[in-house]
Structures are given as C-alpha cells and as structure tokens.
Design a protein around this ligand. Structure first.
Ligand code: FES
Length: 151
C-alpha cells in the first residue's frame, strides 16, 4: 500500500480521489499491507505519485498507471537529492518533475525520461494497482533507485 509521507494526511492510505489531475505530485511511503509497517527507514523508499490525463501518457507509462495515476522514485538519478518541484520545463511548455540540486528535469508522461539537466537516467518507475479503493504497489521498481554519484 502507499501512504502520505508528509502534510495533513501523513500516514494515511492514498486513494485516487486524493490526487488532483494535472498535479502537483504527492509524496508517499510504501506500507506493508500485512503488518502496516511504513517503510520509511530509508529515504530511497520515498515515492512521487501524480495524476495526469491518461491520454498524455506513453504506452509503457500507461501500462503501469491506474486511471492516469503514476508513481516514481523521488530520488534524483544524478546525485541522489529528493526531486521536489513540479514546474514548467526549461525546454518545453509542459510541467515536469524537477530536482532543484542541479536542475535535472524528468517527464512523468514518458517513463520519467530526463528532458533537461545532468541526470544520467530516468527515475525508477513503480507499477500501481488498486486494492480496496486505495493505491497499492503492483510490482518492484523498474530501473535503479538512487543517485549515480555520491551526494
Ligand atoms: S542531484 Fe538532482 S540534479 Fe543533481
């Protein structure tokens, strides 16, 4: 399962209705559905979840989505900073995930591929499903989590 990692709803299960279409993303931790333990001991577990128009997603991304909702590792592939911003891209007119450490940008519509900045590879993607009306994790991360260079 997935729970909010910050804000008023911290620790609560995330439901599709909690996400506003077009962003911004919410920050989440995985939670073990059997023990209810929130897997927040490593910041490498932090996840970004965003709802976009399903028609905007590329095929691979749509296959991992639930109603246009997609999830990625929140850890920048450059030096491992948390990706915190949802802003208009420096190189296009769409909003993108942005890491403010060295300005890497990722497009969540296209498997979080790098569209700007020094990041060497996309953010790891997390396939989603629904379980009892809440978002759940359908499989392991696709791609490597974490930064390529020491922070
Ligand atoms: S750590 Fe994200 S751009 Fe450098």
């Amino acid at each position: 399962m997935l729970v909010f990692s910050e804000g008023d709803h911290e620790g609560k299960l995330i439901k599709p209705a909690d996400l506003t279409a077009g962003g911004p993303p919410v920050h989440a931790w995985p939670q073990d559905p059997k023990t209810s333990v929130v897997r927040n001991a490593s910041r490498l577990n932090e996840i970004l979840i965003i709802r976009l128009d399903a028609a905007e997603l590329d095929e691979q991304t749509r296959a991992r989505a639930v109603d246009g909702i997609i999830a990625y590792s929140a850890i920048c592939s450059h030096a491992g900073c948390p990706v915190t911003a949802w802003v208009k891209s420096d190189v296009g007119d769409k909003e993108v995930f942005k890491c403010m450490c060295h300005n890497s940008e990722y497009d969540p519509r296209a498997s979080a591929q790098v569209v700007f900045g020094p990041a060497p590879r996309r953010l790891a993607a997390l396939p989603l499903a629904l379980a009892d009306g809440s978002l759940s994790v359908a499989g392991g991360f696709i791609g490597k989590v974490g930064g390529a260079q020491p922070g």
